[in-house]
Design a binder for this molecule. Structure first.
Ligand SMILES: Nc1nc2c(c(=O)[nH]1)N[C@H]1C(S)=C(S)[C@@H](COP(=O)(O)OP(=O)(O)OC[C@H]3O[C@@H](n4cnc5c(=O)[nH]c(N)nc54)[C@H](O)[C@@H]3O)O[C@H]1N2
Ligand SMILES: Nc1nc2c(c(=O)[nH]1)N[C@H]1C(S)=C(S)[C@@H](COP(=O)(O)OP(=O)(O)OC[C@H]3O[C@@H](n4cnc5c(=O)[nH]c(N)nc54)[C@H](O)[C@@H]3O)O[C@H]1N2
Ligand code: SF4
Ligand SMILES: [Mo]
Length: 740
C-alpha cells in the first residue's frame, strides 16, 4: 500500500478536528514534520468554532504514551503483557485467525465495534469488508447517539433533519446542553440565533448552562421527555396551532395521533413530568407559533426507556407545526451529489438476505437494523437516489446488547472475533460486567487505537492508528448534511501506524477481496469519491476548503417523503408491520424505592474530555481531575455527606466511586454520574487501568425490561440508585491528578 509522502517544511494546513465528533475545521501548523500548534480557522466566520480540546491536539498526537508499534498479546488476556510485532506480520496472523474462526462458526461470528468518526478514513470500509465476508454484526457508540436518532427519524419522514440555525426563531433543547467547550459550533449557532432574537426553551431536570439563559426552563423529571412531548401535542392539537395544510396534504394518521394524544391531558403530563401544566402549555405555544422553530437532535432521548417514542415525538412535532424543510425550520439535506457517499461504498447490497436476517437485534429490536433498512430501500431510492441511506452510520446496525450477550453466552449463536476501531468498547455501552465477560470469551480481538485503553488491553493485537493531522480526508458529516469539508495531511504518522482505510484494505486483500479494495492509497479513494464531480483530491484541496450546495426547501413537493406511503407517517406503517405500537406513547421507567431512593442519570459532558478519552492528557485532565457525582444540597445534608467526599453509587447492576459535588442546580432526588471514567495513571497498579472504579457503564442495566422496546437501547436517563459513604479508592492514592 502506498502512502502519499509529504514534504517536511513548515506549513499550515486545514484539519477537521476529531477530538470530538462535531468536526470543526481548524488550522494545523507544523514545523520540521511535527505538529506544533492547532489553531482557529483563517476565515473569521469559522474561527469561533474551536475549543481547548482542539487546541490540545498536539499534546494528544505527540504524547509519549501514544501507541507507535503493533503489539501482540503475551500470556493471559487483559494482563497487559505484549511483544512487538511488525504491521505486516500482525496482518498476516490476523487474517489467518479470522478465516479460521469464520470457517468454523460462520461469518456472523465476526463483529466490529467502532464509532467511525474519529478514524475518519471511512467507516464504509469496515462495512464493505463485513458485507463481502458475510457478517451483519457491526455495532457502534452511535447506537446511543445521533446514529439511532437518524434511524428513528427515518420511520416518520425518511430522513434526518438539521436545524436551519441561521434563520430560526425558536430553539428547543431537550436536555442537550452545548457549551463553549462542548460541541462549540452548536453553542455558537445558538448564541448567534439568540442575538438575533430567537427564543430558547430548555427542558432539563438541572439548571444547565443553556437553561440558565433560557426564556423558559421546564425542569422535568429525568426520563419523562416522551410524556412532555405528548403534553405539547395535546396543547397544539386542542388549540389548533398545527399547520392544517401540511397535515392535510402531507401527513398520514393524524386522527389516530389525536386519539392517542387525548390520553395525555395536561394534568396527567404534569403528574408524570413534575412540571406545572401552565408552563407546559406556554412552551408548546411558543414553539408552535414561532414561525420557524427547531428541535435540535439530542442524545438525551437516544438513551431512554421510551427512546423510540420520544424521538418520534420530536419528528411529529416538527412535522405538524410545519417546520419540515422550511426556512428557519429543519432542513432535509440528502447526499452531496458530487461525492460518492459512504453508504454506497459500503456495498450493503452484497450482504445476502439470509445473512442480513441473522443480524443480532433483527427479530426483537429491529428499528436500526437491516430489517427496517430493507423496508425503506425503495422509498429511499425514489427520493434520495440511493437505496441504502446509512445516515450518521446508524441505520444498519446490530443491537449492541444482543451482540454482547451472544459474545458472552453463545446465544443465539457464537461470536468469536471482535475488531474494535477507535472505540473504548468496555466502557461505551451498558452493563460493563457483561461486556467484560463477552470480551473474555473471544478467540480474537483486534484493537485499532492511539492509546492503551482498557479495551485495547483486552485485545490479542493492538494496532497503532494514525490521527487527523496525519491523513487526508473530506468529511461529509456522515450524510447528515451535504457539506464537504477538507482535512489535509500535515505530518507523517508513526512508521508502523495505519489508517483504518489501510487496515481494511490490507485485510481485505489477504482474505480474497482484492478486487473490491482496488485503491492503493487514501488519496486514490478520495479521487474515486470525487469522480462524481469530475475532480481529484489534489484539485479539491487547491480550490476549496469547504463547500455546500445551496439549500433547497420543500423538496418533498417534487419527490414525496422517503416513507412507504410517501407522506409523513404520524402513524408509523413500519412499526405497525413489525407489531409495535405504531403511535408514540410514554412508558414509565423503573421507580426509585426504599433500597434505591435516587433517580440517576449519566452524562453532563465534561469540557476537557471527549467521552472516555483524554484522561491521560495533563493539560486537559488538570481541568477536571476526578469524576463527580452531582447532588442537591438537601439530599446531601439528609445523607450526611460533605462536599468533596468520596462516595459509592450503587444500582442492582454494580457499584462505582466518585466525589460528591453539591450543586444547587441539581433537581432534588436526582444524581448525576459522569460517563467514561478510567484512570490511565494506574496502568501498572489497577486491573484494566481502573476501568471498573468509576465508569457509568457499570451501573447501567441491559436487562430486557429496562430496554426501549423498538430499538433495544438502554436507559441512561432515570434509573434507581443509592449513594453511600466511602473513601478514596486505594489504587488512586498515588494518582498525580487526585487530591487526597
Ligand atoms: N455507558 C455509556 N456509553 C456511552 C455513552 C454514555 O454516556 N454512557 N455515550 C454514548 C455516546 S453519546 C457516544 S457519541 C459514544 C461515543 O463512543 P466513541 O466515539 O467510540 O468514544 P470512546 O468509547 O471514548 O472511544 C473512542 C476511542 O477512539 C480512540 N481514538 C481517538 N482518535 C483516534 C484515531 O484517530 N484513530 C484510532 N484508531 N483511534 C482513535 C480514543 O483513544 C478512544 O479510546 O458512546 C456512547 N456510549
Ligand atoms: N466537552 C465535551 N463535549 C462533548 C462531548 C464530550 O464528551 N465532551 N460529547 C459530545 C457528544 S458525542 C454528545 S452526544 C454530546 C452530549 O452533550 P449534551 O447533549 O449536552 O448531553 P449531556 O451533557 O450529557 O447532558 C445534557 C443535559 O441533559 C440533562 N438531562 C439528564 N437527564 C435528562 C432527561 O431525562 N431529560 C432531559 N430533558 N434532560 C436530561 C442533564 O441535566 C444535562 O444538563 O456532547 C458532545 N460534546
Ligand atoms: S468542539 Fe473542540 S474538540 Fe470538538 S471538533 Fe471542535 S475543536 Fe475539536
Ligand atoms: Mo454522542
Amino acid at each position: 500500500m502506498s502512502k502519499k509522502r509529504i514534504s517536511v517544511e513548515n506549513k499550515s494546513t486545514y484539519s477537521v478536528c476529531t477530538i470530538c465528533d462535531i468536526g470543526c475545521q481548524l488550522r494545523t501548523e507544523s514545523i520540521d514534520g511535527r505538529v506544533n500548534r492547532v489553531v482557529a480557522h483563517d476565515n473569521p466566520m469559522l474561527a469561533r468554532n474551536i475549543c481547548y480540546k482542539g487546541t490540545a491536539a498536539p499534546h494528544i498526537h505527540n504524547h509519549a504514551e501514544r501507541l507507535r508499534v503493533p503489539l501482540k498479546r503475551v500470556g493471559e488476556r487483559g494482563k497487559d503483557n505484549w511483544q512487538e510485532i511488525s504491521y505486516q506480520q500482525a496482518m498476516d496472523e490476523i487474517a489467518v485467525k479470522l478465516k479460521r474462526i469464520t470457517d468454523s462458526f460462520g461469518p456472523e461470528a465476526f463483529a466490529v465495534s467502532t464509532s467511525g468518526w474519529n478514524t475518519q478514513t471511512t467507516h464504509s470500509m469496515d462495512r464493505r469488508f463485513m458485507n463481502l465476508l458475510g457478517s451483519p454484526n457491526w455495532i457502534s457508540g452511535v447506537a446511543l447517539c445521533a446514529g439511532n436518532t437518524a434511524a428513528v427519524n427515518r420511520l416518520t419522514y425518511g430522513w434526518f433533519p438539521m436545524p436551519d440555525w441561521g434563520n430560526t426563531n425558536c430553539i428547543v433543547l431537550f436536555g442537550h446542553n452545548p457549551r463553549k467547550h462542548s460541541w462549540t459550533p452548536i453553542y455558537n449557532s445558538i448564541k448567534s440565533a439568540r442575538a438575533r432574537g430567537a427564543k430558547l426553551i430548555v427542558l432539563d431536570p438541572r439548571v444547565s448552562d443553556q437553561a440558565e439563559q433560557a426564556d423558559l426552563h421546564l425542569r422535568l423529571r429525568a426520563g419523562t421527555d416522551a410524556a412532555m412531548c405528548l403534553g405539547w401535542l395535546k396543547v397544539i392539537i386542542d388549540e389548533k396551532l398545527y399547520d392544517r395544510d401540511f397535515v392535510n396534504d402531507w401527513c398520514e394518521g393524524f386522527e389516530a395521533l389525536c386519539d392517542r394524544v387525548s390520553e395525555y391531558p395536561l394534568d396527567r403530563v404534569e403528574q408524570i413530568t413534575g412540571v406545572d401544566r401552565n408552563h407546559i402549555a406556554e412552551a408548546a405555544r411558543i414553539y408552535a407559533k414561532a414561525n420557524g422553530a427547531v428541535i435540535p437532535w439530542t442524545p438525551i432521548t437516544d438513551q431512554q426507556i421510551s427512546s423510540t417514542s420520544a424521538i418520534r415525538l420530536h419528528s411529529i412535532l416538527r412535522a405538524i407545526t410545519g417546520n419540515l424543510d422550511v426556512v428557519g425550520g429543519e432542513t432535509l439535506g440528502g447526499f452531496n451529489p458530487g461525492y460518492i457517499p459512504e453508504s454506497e461504498l459500503a456495498l450493503h447490497d452484497r450482504l445476502s438476505d439470509e445473512q442480513k436476517a441473522k443480524q443480532l437485534g433483527f427479530d426483537d429490536h429491529p428499528v436500526f437494523t437491516y430489517r427496517v433498512a430493507e423496508i425503506l430501500k425503495e422509498p429511499t431510492n425514489k427520493v434520495w437516489g440511493f437505496p441504502y441511506a446509512d445516515l450518521v452510520m446508524g441505520c444498519h446496525m446490530a443491537n449492541p446488547t444482543n451482540v454482547f450477550r451472544a459474545m458472552a453466552t453463545g446465544d443465539p449463536y457464537q461470536i468469536k472475533a471482535l475488531f474494535v476501531l477507535g472505540n473504548n468498547t468496555l466502557l461505551s455501552y451498558a452493563n460493563q460486567h457483561q461486556i467484560l465477560k463477552a470480551l473474555n470469551n473471544q478467540e480474537l480481538i483486534v484493537a485499532h487505537e492511539i492509546f492503551m485503553t482498557p479495551t485495547a488491553m483486552l485485545a490479542d493485537y493492538v494496532l497503532p492508528g494514525d490521527v487527523f493531522t496525519e491523513r487526508n480526508h473530506i468529511a461529509d458529516s456522515w450524510s447528515w448534511t451535504n457539506r464537504l469539508t477538507l482535512s489535509q495531511k500535515a505530518v507523517e504518522p508513526p512508521v508502523q501506524a495505519s489508517s483504518t482505510f489501510e487496515f481494511w484494505t490490507d485485510l481485505g486483500r489477504r482474505m480474497g477481496f482484492a478486487e473490491h479494495f482496488p485503491w492503493d492509497s487514501l488519496e486514490d479513494l478520495l479521487d474515486y469519491r470525487l469522480s462524481r464531480s469530475n475532480r481529484t483530491f489534489a484539485q479539491f484541496e487547491q480550490t476549496s476548503y469547504m463547500e455546500a450546495p445551496t439549500p433547497k426547501f420543500r423538496k418533498y413537493r417534487k419527490t414525496g417523503f422517503a416513507t412507504p406511503s410517501g407522506k409523513v407517517e404520524l402513524y408509523s406503517s413500519i412499526l405497525a408491520d413489525l407489531n409495535f405500537d405504531p403511535l408514540p406513547y410514554y412508558r414509565e421507567g423503573p421507580s426509585p424505592d426504599k433500597k434505591y431512593p435516587y433517580l440517576v442519570f449519566t452524562g453532563v459532558r465534561e469540557d476537557p474530555f471527549f467521552q472516555t478519552g483524554q484522561r491521560n492528557i495533563s493539560v486537559l485532565r488538570s481541568r477536571c481531575p476526578e469524576p463527580k457525582l452531582y447532588m442537591h444540597p438537601i439530599d446531601v445534608s439528609r445523607e450526611g455527606f460533605e462536599e468533596g467526599e468520596w462516595v459509592n453509587l450503587e444500582t442492582p447492576s454494580g457499584k462505582v466511586s466518585a466525589r460528591i459535588s453539591v450543586q444547587e442546580s441539581m433537581k432534588e432526588g436526582h444524581v448525576r454520574v459522569p460517563h467514561g471514567w478510567w484512570y490511565p495513571e494506574t496502568r501498572f497498579e489497577a486491573p484494566l487501568s481502573g476501568a471498573f472504579i468509576s465508569s457509568d457503564a457499570v451501573l447501567c442495566s441491559d436487562e430486557d425490561e429496562f430496554l426501549d422496546y423498538e430499538q433495544g437501547v438502554p436507559n441512561f436517563k432515570g434509573f434507581p440508585g443509592r449513594v453511600t459513604k466511602s473513601s478514596l479508592p486505594r489504587v488512586l492514592e498515588n494518582s498525580a491528578f487526585i487530591e487526597r
